[in-house]
Ligand binder design. Structure first.
Ligand code: GDP
Length: 309
């Protein structure tokens, strides 16, 4: 799906409330701002980010003296874009990986993927492998989520669909050992990119931390500076739950980028604005459907433009 189409429900939800809240009003006043605050929170933007947005609009009202209601949309768009620009996380528009832009010196580039079950982790790995392969890279997948047989099988299905090799062991085997094998195999094949799936069992933070640390340590025996990125996958349709998971994972391991899935068909798309503002970690990818092509490189300005169009 396109970004515009994916955001339809979120926009309908937001603007139907906003239209009601400003009915009969000619200017942005205290009451409009109170209502706006409530609507932003109800749209999963999150309390902290909402307060920042409201403060910016209050300042705007104070400096411009008068803000007509018909300007509110444009002002929201400008102020949210300005707010997100303060998180200087860079902007990408294509599926480019660091070896191509020279910040990772040696092949393979290793991407470790974390996230709890059901968020769309396997699907995102499959879609990424497809995009990277399409861009001309040799990709190898590692099935280090050995906790569930279904996870290994699902990843295998994606590997077959995309046509990339996968390294796997039996269910219950040591994730670090799978990761080690995967990297060795990738080096032997002179692969460009390795994507390692991991199990995300958040119910025990210490276990999760230990497991991810061990996977990293063992990978570094093969590729000294692996992993080059740790991608946390979050389910956008869970709104504030996605927020909570981001908090817990970033506390348990060093996450370097985020993917927010299932933005199609949810009214909770506003969560991406809050996540982009709160975590100081770039949202790199968004999932906009179940199909192989339904992954986009996230651009925060495009997102805000599309939302407030
Ligand atoms: P995992 O347990 O985290 O590996 O989750 P899966 O990748 O197996 O995905 C769980 C379900 O979410 C599957 O039915 C996927 O098709 C679906 N899914 C994943 N990403 C998206 C997305 O961006 N949009 C939609 N609509 N569904 C998605």
């Amino acid at each position: 799906e396109t970004l515009d189409k994916s955001l339809e429900k979120s926009k309908t939800n937001f603007f139907s409330k906003l239209t009601k809240a400003v009915a009969g009003k000619s200017k942005v006043d205290e009451e409009v701002l109170d209502n706006l605050e409530e609507i932003l929170v109800a749209s999963d933007v999150g309390v902290n980010t909402t307060l920042k947005i409201i403060t910016r609009i209050e300042n705007r009202v104070a400096s411009d003296k008068y803000l007509g209601i018909e300007e509110l949309n444009q002002i929201l768009r400008e102020e949210i874009a300005a707010l997100l620009s303060e998180t200087n996380t860079g902007e990408a528009t294509e599926f480019v990986i660091p070896i191509a832009i020279g910040t990772v010196q040696s092949k393979p580039y290793v991407l470790m993927v974390v996230g709890v079950n059901g968020v769309g982790k396997t699907t995102t790995i499959g879609k990424l492998a497809y995009q990277f392969k399409k861009a001309g890279y040799n990709v190898v997948l590692g099935a280090a989520d050995t906790f569930r047989a279904a996870a290994i099988d699902q990843l295998q299905i994606w590997a077959d669909r995309v046509g990339v090799p996968i390294v796997r062991q039996d269910m219950g085997s040591d994730p670090a050992s799978v990761a080690f094998d995967t990297l060795q195999s990738a080096v032997a094949q002179n692969a460009d990119i390795v994507i390692i799936d991991t199990a995300g069992r958040l119910h025990n933070k210490i276990n999760l931390m230990n497991e991810l640390t061990k996977v990293k340590r063992v990978m570094q025996k093969v590729v000294g500076d692996a992993p080059h990125d740790v991608l946390l996958v979050l389910d956008g349709s869970t709104g504030q739950n996605a927020f909570e998971q981001a908090k817990q994972f970033t506390a348990a391991t060093e996450v370097t980028c985020l993917a927010v899935t299932k933005l199609d068909g949810t009214a909770k798309g506003g969560v991406v604005i809050g996540i982009s503002d709160q975590f100081q970690i770039p949202v790199k990818y968004i999932g906009v459907g179940e199909g192989i092509e339904d992954l986009q490189v996230f651009n925060k300005y495009e997102f805000v433009d599309s939302f407030f169009k």
